[in-house]
Design a protein around this ligand. Structure first.
Ligand code: SAH
Length: 463
């Protein structure tokens, strides 16, 4: 008979934590993952899911709390799917992220000598997000906006989210109030009826410009012009420094989990808003990718620039370049920067951004890095420094092979949002003669287990 049974309660010592922020303990050797607990704690939990190789527990009671446990600041913590570590002291979160990177490099990468620096955190880890996407629903005749529950589409209503910009919260309240006043219905996922699905806001922290996108199940919104004007007037009055500059309707009539549809209709103001990072301005459209934490993004990019160690004579490849933010950041210290990105719209934004900033030593190439880089190499265009910033799954092995074995840049700077694939790729590069010297985690996502990390590697092949 198995020792672990579903729906039974157990006392478990939490030994470790995953990058998702779940605690890990063992019952009779079987790993049990539980939300809302911390390493070092003893807890009572109920097994709610049982698989062959692991189980999932639900926290019932903390029997012996960790010294890092704090009261969460948000009333809907754990019911809302946004934050996972609000029960952990902020400095402990930073230490946890440093450890995550170090452990991954050691265990997965077999790399013991990398200097893993302390995670750079925020002085005030609140109201830092520049993009919010609030689902809209209705309950008891009222319009409810908030966030989805973990792994679900249940909307958890809340009036304030302390990780969002305060103007975003104001905007969604104004929209919800307006909908009530005019009788505009929220979309209902189950029936496919109703109109407003999401309220998306994007805020330029360094410019004060706000974009509002109302995602609707149709192509017109009653009183859209009046709503836009109200948003403009109210935000101008309330803050003085931030203001709605652009209002869109986004048409999404599909039965889908994807938030934005393909068509945007501008109902007020400018097509894009501008945000500044360092000395550079970036145009943001409804669908543009842009890091959600502006302040920490500047910290991250400054680290990339430092690790790149440029003197103005180098050819630099910025692979997985998005809208060209890192490319532009590096351009003033390089001879030329080639940015490579697979999403067409992002490449278009990148070229526009280069123009906007009067930068003419960057060139953007649309395509997969693993195809575009061999093409460049064959044409005799070789990089002295390569920046890699891939999505969570990391880099294609053939790309790493070409860079490390054939092109052999002096330095590789690897920006990663996933310590596991980072460690895997660094191990591969290490075997090809690239030694990882230093890793600097930066906290872009306070109150979650996510960690961003910049690593410097140098070519030691011929030494
Ligand atoms: N460096 C940018 C974006 C990083 S996000 C920034 O700091 O903002 C990762 C980017 O890689 C995304 O824009 C994604 O579209 C792009 N991407 C994903 N797979 C790719 C591939 N195989 N080749 C090139 N780009 C890719």
């Amino acid at each position: 008979m198995p020792v672990v049974e579903k729906n039974r309660d157990y006392v478990v010592d939490i030994k470790d934590m995953t990058h998702e922020g779940q605690g890990v303990g063992r019952i009779d050797g079987l790993a049990v993952f539980t939300d809302g607990v911390l390493a070092g704690e003893q807890v009572e939990l109920k097994i709610i899911k049982l698989k062959k190789s692991y189980a999932v527990g639900k926290l019932l009671k903390v029997l012996r709390p960790s010294p890092d446990r704090v009261d969460p600041f948000c009333g809907v913590f754990r019911r809302c799917g946004g934050c996972s570590l609000q029960h952990m002291d902020y400095n402990a979160q930073l230490a946890f992220k440093t450890k995550l990177v170090r452990d991954s490099l050691e265990r997965i990468g077999g790399l013991k000598d990398v200097k893993v620096r302390d995670t750079i955190g925020m002085k005030q880890p609140y109201n830092f997000r520049n993009k919010a996407q609030y689902p809209v629903t209705s309950a008891d005749g009222k319009i409810v906006t908030g966030f989805y529950a973990p792994r679900s589409h249940e909307v958890i209503g809340s009036d304030e989210c302390r990780i969002q910009n305060m103007e975003s919260d104001r905007v969604r309240k104004l929209v919800a109030g307006f909908m009530m006043e005019k009788g505009i219905p929220a979309y209902d996922e189950n029936t496919g009826k109703g109109l407003v699905r999401h309220i998306m806001t994007r805020v330029g922290f360094n410019t004060g410009e706000i974009m509002v996108v109302l995602v609707i199940n149709g192509d017109t919104l009653p009183h859209a012009g009046e709503l836009a004007q109200r948003l403009v007037d109210e935000t101008a009055q309330s803050s003085g420094s931030s203001m709605v500059k652009s209002v869109y309707l986004n048409v999404n009539t599909d039965n889908t989990n994807v938030i934005l549809g393909d068509r945007n209709i501008l109902v007020y103001g400018n097509e894009s808003i501008t945000e500044k990072i360092g000395n550079y301005s970036f145009m943001i459209s409804p669908g543009s990718f842009f890091q959600v934490n502006t302040a920490q993004t500047e910290v991250l990019y400054s680290k990339v620039l430092e690790f790149a160690g440029l003197n103005g004579s180098e050819t630099v490849f910025d692979l997985y370049c998005g809208i060209g933010t890192i490319s532009l950041f590096l351009s003033s210290r390089a001879k030329i920067v080639y940015g490579v990105e697979v999403v067409k719209a992002a490449v278009k934004d990148a070229r526009r951004n280069a123009k906007l900033n009067g930068v003419d030593n960057v060139e953007f190439i649309e395509g997969e890095a693993e195809k575009a880089v061999p093409d460049l190499y064959r044409k005799g265009i070789h990089a002295d420094v390569v920046v890699l910033d891939p999505p969570r799954k990391g880099c294609d092995e053939s790309l790493l092979q070409l860079i490390a074995a054939d092109m052999q840049p002096d330095r590789i700077v690897y920006v990663s949002c996933n310590p596991a694939t980072l460690a895997r790729d660094l191990k591969y590069l290490d075997a090809q003669g690239y030694e990882a010297l230093e890793a600097q985690p930066v906290d872009l996502f306070p109150w979650t287990g996510h960690v961003e990390c910049v690593t410097l590697m140098t070519n030691v092949k011929n030494k």
